[in-house]
Design a protein around this ligand. Sequence first.
Ligand SMILES: Nc1ncnc2c1ncn2[C@@H]1O[C@H](COP(=O)(O)OP(=O)(O)OP(=O)(O)O)[C@@H](O)[C@H]1O
Ligand SMILES: [Mg+2]
Length: 338
Amino acid sequence: MAIIEASGLTKTYRSKSGPVHALAGLDLSVPQGTVKALLGPNGAGKTTVVKVLTTLITPDTGTATINGIDVVAEPQATRRSIGVSGQYAAVDENLTGFENLEMIGRLYHLGHRTARQRARELIDVFDLSEAGDRPVKGFSGGMRRRIDLAGALVMNPRVLFLDEPTTGLDPRSRLALWSIIEDLVAGGTTVLLTTQYLEEADQLADDIAVIDGGKVIAEGTSDHLKAQVGGHRVVVTLVDESDGDAATTVLRRSGVGEVEVSGDGRTRAVAVEAGPHALQQVLADLGEAGIELHDAGMRRPTLDDVFLRLTGHAATDDDDQADGSPGSGRAKQKEAAR
Ligand SMILES: Nc1ncnc2c1ncn2[C@@H]1O[C@H](COP(=O)(O)OP(=O)(O)OP(=O)(O)O)[C@@H](O)[C@H]1O
Ligand SMILES: [Mg+2]
């Protein structure tokens, strides 16, 4: 049996503008010692899943167990085996980094000395020795994330929940945090993390569950997901939008599947099988057709590509989906993708 199991989870929030189906029958299974990423756009239900599994809220229906323990029936016992780092760092602003960690140890009934020792160890691991003696209110965003993650590790949990651990971090801090998470996993910790970044899921996760509208809509390794949307893509940006139809014809010839239109209508992309050769072919054909380019290149699939393919709407679609139903935003994106 997997160490995290969830089946048919639903959760509906009542809001002024009507019910929001945050979870709509979500299933999940995470084998011990592995990393699972929940990948999804804003409002997909990622934080809601984490809250259910960490006993902060109860689901309307469905079941979930951690380490065989039912999270709804036995929240206290569940909490003993988990650590959680929420989407927004939960630290006491007026305490120093060290004091925050010490306080968590004391809250978990560690003795004075043990709590201090554990705090010192974690300050070391997270490279916070310089900041450890300063109040958290003067911390940068990256330092806050680190102290928050350190807090989740005070009790050496077997299962760790990380809700968007690196959102808002600069590239260097992100790499540092990835490396800490990798060390934890090497030490046997099971991790469920949420992210909006395919490359983060790529780097850290054994397995990725893509979620949207409160459900898992695709699942597998990153290679498996990328294969579904094609390998590389050729992307061209036109000088003149009126060349659009001609460019689409050229791209369709060298690519596989639909030509995607984005931005202000001047950028077109298509998945290709032949890699650089396809790019050469496209450039030659566009040149022959007299189509001027502002930019051209190849790129690997992004989360947006995965989403566009799986759902017909972009992951970064910032349309209000407060009603939790497929709204006009999706239809619009589909239109734009044609
Ligand atoms: N307390 C609440 N009351 C009403 N609606 C809520 C509440 N919490 C979440 N929702 C709604 O439930 C849906 C899922 O929210 P959730 O926070 O789980 O998404 P998310 O995937 O974590 O998004 P993000 O990437 O923005 O963090 C959203 O439509 C959100 O507006
Ligand atoms: Mg969230």
